[in-house]
Design a protein around this ligand. Structure first.
Ligand code: GSH
Length: 206
């Protein structure tokens, strides 16, 4: 189906892998190793995506696809998967939930790059604090939206929010988000128990 620049720790790649697993085409994706970084850029990825980010894909019929939103929708469309409702309120809710999860991830990744990538002398605390406050506001919104999140029935919205919560567990363990967001915690536990793709894609520690 496609070649995919892949990283086991990227929450955006996790979205793609979950979609592929759920729709039964995971073995049709050839994984290409990547070392994506905003500073030391992996020029191999540029063959597929000028932004040199993961996930980036090339389909068997020669399309270069990025980012995770586009790749997920491509897989869903080829498989007729129904993870992207085609029209009406259901579509806008699913896309908004995806944007909420992706937005949380964008802020979490920017804040992480501040400590993981930027030299200490060049750091600016206000910037990091701004990103962390976006994570908090997104979590407040997710907590409010829990009644609209499905467990057995789900779309790209639930998948993305699950990847976002999983990323907080992976990189922001100290945040202990479950203490402040009990409804999101209960939904995440049910969603993770209900779907093998969640345990199968937990990012490796270390
Ligand atoms: N909006 C993109 C975000 C992808 C992204 O930021 N991926 C990170 C890894 S988790 C990356 O490749 N970072 C390298 C960079 O920023 O240059 C998506 O949804 O795929």
């Amino acid at each position: 189906m496609m070649q995919l620049f892949y990283s086991p720790t990227s929450p955006y790649v996790r979205k793609v892998v979950i979609v592929a697993m759920h729709l039964g085409v995971n073995d049709k994706i050839e994984r290409l190793a990547s070392a994506a970084s905003p500073v030391v850029r992996d020029r191999n990825i540029a063959k597929f995506n000028p932004l040199t980010k993961v996930p980036s894909a090339r389909t068997d019929d020669g399309l270069n696809l990025f980012d995770s939103r586009v790749i997920c929708e491509y897989i869903d469309s080829v498989c007729n998967g129904g993870l992207f409702p085609v029209a009406g309120r259901a579509r806008w809710v699913a896309l908004m939930q995806q944007a909420l999860g992706d937005g949380l991830l964008d802020a979490a990744l920017l804040a992480r790059y501040e400590t993981a990538v930027r030299p200490e002398a060049l750091r600016w605390k206000d910037w990091t604090d701004g990103q962390i406050s976006k994570i908090v506001d997104c979590m407040n919104e997710i907590e409010l939206q829990v009644p609209s999140l499905g467990v057995d029935k789900f779309t790209i919205g639930e998948i993305t929010i699950a990847c976002a919560l999983g990323y907080l567990d992976f990189r922001y363990e100290n945040m202990q988000w479950r203490d402040s967001y009990p409804k999101a915690a209960a939904w995440f536990a049910k969603f993770s128990d209900a779907h093998d793709f969640m345990a199968a894609t937990v990012p490796p520690k270390g």
